[in-house]
Design a protein around this ligand. Structure first.
Ligand code: PLP
Length: 395
């Protein structure tokens, strides 16, 4: 049986052929390091070109402020731990992934009504409604004199809800807050422009909507952020080798150690592919499938077989749909979809426990279906039919 891959929110699959070809080409025919050898120029050109692509893609100011990491988790750790100091307060949403929450919990503590402000790093959560949408009306009361930044995800990896980045960016600009965005689920599917949306630091991961291999990610900073962040990792950069002190210039300030160059080759190819296709075309395709799926699910919901978690239409969302059901254990349901129908999904809390508290699906979690550029209407129909069969007729 041919696998139906509906787990693109975990990682997109398949990647365009051009991506695999580019990784192969790099390993077989280029293969050099950068800034560290006499034959490095071809690879240096590739890395420079990829920074330029990313800077244009995300509306950054200068390609030297594009930093490569291994994934968005590393990017967010660098930004959060390098930016915040004792006494700082930040705002996050009630829908964050652990890539934001765990670094924050590691260095800070949640501000509640019963713990007085201290010289610790503190954070508060911006409430979201039952569909996961941030409540803009709740923002002004949460800002304190020591609030430094809003750190938040653009799109929920649990229910697909998109947050209004431009409105929040304007709010940040007005209140002199840094705006840090986790674009894990939206980059490559929803247009993002840092300068237009007043985003000071944009973290990205390569292996989801950007269609690159696993192990390559990064972040883009506005110039005004560079001196604000202390690097988490320092070491050899191939530059300023006469000194044991790390360089302060970009991108070397944040890029110690050898980069994932095959990953950058793949990312370069995937960004070119995305540009050729146009992300609007990909987004339209994914949302058409998502609406088809939501329409089919609503019939089952009307029969009390399941609950759609999050928005029931495609306004302000991406192609990530979660369901819950009282009829059976969702882990078992996911197993049957995989085993009997070869449908790949993801089940559980998806590394975002508080999002489930917001959506009232904690602690069981949800069964998540996520669509990508390669999925078809026929695959969506098969998934709907499989769900109906299992839920209506038992396991
Ligand atoms: C919203 C969000 N943020 C961060 C991450 C972490 O991504 P990575 O594992 O590539 O660091 C994910 C991955 O699922 C995510 O969905």
């Amino acid at each position: 049986m041919q696998q139906i891959y509906l787990d693109n929110a975990s990682t997109t699959f398949p990647k365009p052929q051009a991506v695999a070809d580019a990784v192969y080409q790099y390993i077989t025919h280029a293969g050099t390091n950068i800034s560290r050898g006499t034959c490095a120029t071809t690879t240096e050109d590739l890395v420079f070109a990829t920074r330029e692509q990313l800077c244009r893609f995300f509306g950054g100011e200068d390609s030297k402020n594009v930093v490569f990491t291994k994934n968005i988790t590393e990017s967010l750790n660098i930004i959060i731990k390098g930016l915040l100091h004792s006494g700082d307060h930040v705002l996050v949403t009630a829908m964050e992934h652990n890539a934001v929450m765990r670094p924050l919990q590691q260095i800070g503590t949640e501000l509640t009504t019963d713990n007085a402000p201290t010289d610790a790093i503190t954070f508060s959560r911006i409430p979201c409604d039952a569909d996961g949408a941030l409540r803009l009306d709740a923002l002004p009361q949460l800002v304190r004199p020591n609030t430094k930044a809003i750190i938040m995800t653009h799109a929920s990896n649990v229910c697909g809800t998109l947050q209004p980045l431009a409105a929040i960016g304007s709010f940040c600009q007005k209140h002199n807050l840094k705006f840090i965005v986790d674009s894990a689920q939206s980059a490559g599917v929803v247009p993002i422009n840092m300068q237009e949306m007043h985003i000071d630091a944009l973290a990205f991961t390569g292996h989801k909507g950007l269609l690159a291999p696993q192990g390559i990610g990064g972040f883009v900073l506005l110039e005004s952020m560079i001196d604000e962040i202390t690097p988490l990792i320092v070491g050899g950069t191939g530059s300023l080798s006469h000194t044991e002190h790390p360089p302060r210039f970009m991108p070397d300030k944040f890029e110690a150690g050898t980069l994932n160059l095959p990953g950058i080759a793949g990312l370069h190819a995937s960004l070119s592919w995305l540009q050729q296709q146009g992300i609007d075309k990909i987004r339209t395709h994914e949302l058409t499938l998502t609406q088809q799926f939501l329409d089919g699910l609503q019939q089952s919901e009307a029969q009390n077989l399941l609950r759609i978690v999050g928005k029931r239409n495609c306004r302000e969302r991406i192609g990530v749909v979660s369901i819950s059901t009282d009829i059976t254990d969702i882990a078992e349901l996911a197993f049957i979809l995989a085993d009997r129908y070869a449908i790949a999904t993801r089940v559980g809390l998806h590394c975002a426990p508080n999002a489930h508290k917001t959506l009232e699906t904690y602690p069981t979690g949800t069964l998540r279906f996520s669509f990508g550029w390669h999925n078809t209407a026929e695959e969506v129909n098969i998934a709907l039919q499989a769900l109906k069969e299992v839920l209506a007729h038992g396991l």
